[in-house]
Write a protein that binds this ligand. Structure first.
Ligand SMILES: Nc1ncnc2c1ncn2[C@@H]1O[C@H](COP(=O)(O)OP(=O)(O)OP(=O)(O)O)[C@@H](O)[C@H]1O
Length: 225
């Protein structure tokens, strides 16, 4: 599903954010990416989101080499990926429904299909009763759930999340992680960047560890104690 082949990323300022990183993630796997601040976690996810290109190496999403994607391929490729951010990036002047509907506005879904999909996504995250509210009337944890509903509404094959629980207390963080495991069970591949080791340990999933841009450990789920 995902294959990084000797991927390096050097930013213009000369800083090496990733150095010859190689790993594979199978379809349907849920994997954590961890490491200190500045280790390269966001850079790694941003390559999958086609927000950055490697300086060297290849990033494969199934049969597509993202590093070589043409400009015209970027939007269709991004549609196959759901993204969740720490700061959820919701539009404050639009309802919860309208926020979740956004990814469906490109493409040829009828109004009825969109409504069905949005309500399905909101139901999955337990927010079906909040559809008409503005995000600002929701708690931080609920707003993060709206962000997750928006990420999965177009039924992506890959879900990537960058510190999705960064602003949440431990109990809410665990609830959000529980949602990701539900999507994993539905067959979605899930990649989550997090520096929260105690939370990661409780999930018992594979963990990729970055240190100064290098992949220093790739720990199988059964070895996560
Ligand atoms: N757009 C950029 N331009 C220049 N340098 C960058 C850019 N983005 C990231 N970096 C640098 O690349 C390195 C890796 O950053 P990255 O954000 O990928 O790490 P991270 O592990 O996600 O850290 P954090 O947990 O703090 O977000 C850091 O040294 C950072 O300063």
């Amino acid at each position: 599903m995902i294959r990084f082949e000797q991927v390096s990323k050097r930013y213009d300022e000369g800083h090496t954010a990733l150095a010859e990183v190689s790993f594979e993630v199978a379809a349907g796997e849920m994997v954590f990416v961890t490491g200190h601040s500045g280790a390269g976690k966001s850079t790694l996810l941003r390559m999958l989101a086609l927000a950055e290109r490697p300086t060297a190496g290849r990033v494969w999403l199934n049969q597509t080499d993202l590093a070589a994607a043409r400009a015209s391929q970027v939007a269709p490729l991004r549609r196959r990926i759901g993204m969740v951010f720490q700061d959820h990036r919701l539009l404050t002047d639009r309802s919860v429904f309208a926020n979740v509907e956004l990814p469906l506005m490109i493409g040829d879904h009828s109004r009825r299909q969109r409504r069905q999909r949005v309500m399905d996504a909101l139901t999955k995250v337990g927010l079906q009763a909040y559809a008409e509210q503005l995000p600002s009337t929701l708690s931080t944890g609920e707003q993060q759930r709206v962000g997750i509903a928006r990420a999965i509404v177009a039924r992506p094959e890959l879900l990537i999340a960058d510190e999705p629980t960064g602003n949440l207390d431990p109990q809410l963080a665990m609830e959000i992680m529980g949602l990701f495991t539900e999507f994993e069970q539905l067959g979605t591949t899930v990649l989550i960047a997090s520096h929260d080791l105690s939370l990661i340990k409780r999930l018992h999933r594979r963990v990729i560890v970055l240190d100064h841009g290098q992949l220093v450990a790739d720990v199988a789920a059964r070895e996560v104690l």
